[in-house]
Design a protein. Structure first.
Length: 309
């Protein structure tokens, strides 16, 4: 079953419980849940796994595995323009792992969590059959600009992305920094209507955003910022660099929609020292397309990562 269908199944399954959860403000379907706490406070809650053979290859250093587990979870908090609060981790060690492996992995998780302002406060560890995996729960609070969802894009908005995209498999998927500081600045200083992180690939994640908002998007192929890694990878795969930038995923950059005037200002000055590029616009209706350099257009397909469940 494709991941999207399975998420919809979970959404339908959990919808019946929402009436019994008056404290739940945003449930399944965004990057993190939003929970109201006593005293009118709100929490952002998200859980992610990193699994050997799926998110990293066998033999990857424990330091990198631990870092990625934390960074993936906190990227979801950033994707809501939130501020990290704390993390909890459950670690399953594969057969043959040593005590030194266990210590190195937990130390890496703890150090990364502390570095990004979300200290590790607990969790669980076990050893048994199967692959190494880490399940990390990240909890945050709304940033100064409030929570930003995927579902607020408006017709006429500019579609923007931070950084450069494609071929993160060459190493960036293990070492990336979640865009926490940048997302907080974005939420506080600009009228951001919709926000998501690029985890599954630009082509897929922009369609997630469009679908949640009930709009279409037009992406300009020539405007998409292609990473040097994508250029290098293309020489090895025979694919075009732009295909890697559109579809590879695990870039963990910010993808967001806001008024065009504000987008122009962001492009000129950057975001906390990070480049910002306008890659398209939000359009009325539900049809999305990719505009090619010659001016022709083709339907925008979700070519990024999708799990089969």
């Amino acid at each position: 079953m494709p991941e999207r269908e399975f998420i919809e199944y979970i959404r339908e399954l959990t919808a019946r419980n929402e009436a019994a959860c008056p404290w739940l403000e945003v449930g399944v379907g965004d990057d993190a849940a939003v929970v109201r706490t006593p005293g009118a406070g709100r929490l952002l809650v998200t859980t992610d796994m990193v699994v050997e053979g799926v998110h990293f290859v066998t033999g990857t250093g424990m330091e990198l595995v631990g870092h990625k587990a934390v960074a993936r979870g906190l990227s979801d908090i950033a994707a809501m323009a939130g501020r990290p609060l704390f993390t909890v981790a459950a670690v399953h060690l594969a057969p043959g792992s040593t005590d030194a492996d266990a210590r190195a992995l937990v130390r890496a998780i703890s150090e990364a969590a502390e570095r990004y302002g979300a200290p590790l406060i607990g969790g669980d560890v076990c050893r048994g059959g199967g692959a190494l995996n880490v399940t990390l729960t990240a909890v945050g609070t709304p940033g100064p600009g409030g929570v930003v969802l995927r579902s607020g894009a408006r017709t006429g908005d500019a579609v923007c992305v931070t950084g450069r995209l494609g071929a993160s498999i060459r190493g960036r998927h293990l070492t990336f920094a979640p865009r926490i500081r940048e997302a907080l600045a974005l939420g506080e200083g600009f009228d951001v209507h919709a926000l998501i992180d690029v985890s599954d690939g630009l082509s897929t994640d922009v369609l997630h955003l469009a679908e949640a908002s009930g709009v279409g998007v037009r992406l300009q192929e020539a405007a998409i910022p292609v990473s040097e890694d994508a250029e290098t990878q293309a020489r090895q795969t025979g694919r075009r660099p732009i295909e890697h930038a559109l579809d590879d995923g695990e870039d963990y950059e910010l993808l967001f929609c806001l008024p065009r005037k504000q987008a122009r200002a962001l492009v000129e000055r950057g975001l906390e020292g990070l480049e910002v590029t306008v890659v398209g616009e939000v359009v009325k209706g539900s049809e999305s397309c990719l505009i090619l350099p010659d001016g022709s257009r083709e339907p925008l397909r979700a070519g990024g990562w999708e799990y089969e469940v």
